[in-house]
Design a protein around this ligand. Structure first.
Ligand code: PGA
Length: 264
């Protein structure tokens, strides 16, 4: 039986002082009484302050991105070793805001994101994290155009096969996949729960094809995209959804608290 996991992705929000205030309130509300594993992914500069406050709690610290090289002339980048040193145990890779869709920089800005992550760099980052004992949260998901063209499943299968190439199931056992339909992120449009569950089930079947059923059954598969207190229980009760990757609602302690308690 997989334990539910709720991860807050703060994106580019929170100064260190704001982060400390948010975590202090949240920790008071959430130290006991729920059944989920919980992690918070602040921006890089707030990682230390958040980790210091979370150290004595079961809540874990995550990061939102990583660079795959160990060290060197990579201006602006942060390595998996640096994240491990700062106490990070989860790290998001391949979020739609950091993927350059199809690896092409000339794709319009609204679909590209500014970081031009490709399936190849997602794969390199995932391997770098595993080498350092950090659990990757590998994000996959289709755009609205891909959904309307009935390409949802193939887009996601391709992202999984490329993102996980050369990684074996035992190595990824504590890794996480997040299904994040691009059209549902930050838009208030949630994928309806049966469909979100169907896609998460399809992801598990794909993992079983890549590895085997045992390995696939160990991986937690989250749903992300406009998760909030009001819809979390319904989403998390679906058989194939093991928790949530939460953006906007994770910035509000009361709301994130409701989501964590919805994960039974
Ligand atoms: P959202 O973001 O909850 O604000 O839609 C989710 C995410 O981007 O991980």
């Amino acid at each position: 039986m997989r334990k539910k996991l709720v991860v807050g992705n703060w994106k580019m929000n929170m100064t260190r002082a704001e982060a400390a205030a948010c975590v202090e309130t949240f920790v008071e509300q959430v130290s006991t009484g729920h059944d989920a594993d919980v992690a918070i992914c602040p921006p890089y500069l707030a990682i230390s302050v958040v980790h210091d406050l979370l150290k004595k709690t079961p809540i874990e610290t995550g990061a939102q991105d990583v660079f795959w090289a160990e060290k060197g002339a990579f201006t602006g980048s942060v390595s998996a070793g640096m994240l491990a040193d700062a106490g990070v145990s989860y790290c998001i890779v391949g979020h739609s805001e950091t993927r350059g869709r199809f690896g092409k920089l000339e794709v319009p800005a609204e679909t590209t994101g500014y970081f031009a992550e490709t399936d190849l760099t997602v794969n390199l980052k995932t391997k770098a994290l595993l080498e350092r004992g950090i659990h990757p949260i590998l994000c996959v998901g289709e755009t609205l155009a891909e959904r309307e063209a009935q390409n949802t499943d193939t887009v996601i299968q391709d992202q999984l096969k490329a993102g996980l190439a050369g990684i074996d199931g035992a190595e990824f056992a504590e890794g996480v996949i997040a299904y994040e339909p691009v059209w549902a992120i930050g838009t208030g449009m949630t994928c309806d729960s049966p469909e979100a569950s169907r896609v998460c089930g399809m992801i598990r079947t794909t993992l079983a094809e890549i590895w085997d059923e045992d390995a696939a059954n160990r991986v937690r598969i989250l749903y992300g995209g406009s998760v909030k207190g009001a819809n979390a229980h319904e989403l998390f009760s679906q058989p194939d959804i093991d928790g949530g990757l939460v953006g906007g609602a994770s910035l509000v302690p009361d709301e994130f608290h409701r989501i964590v308690f919805a994960a039974k």
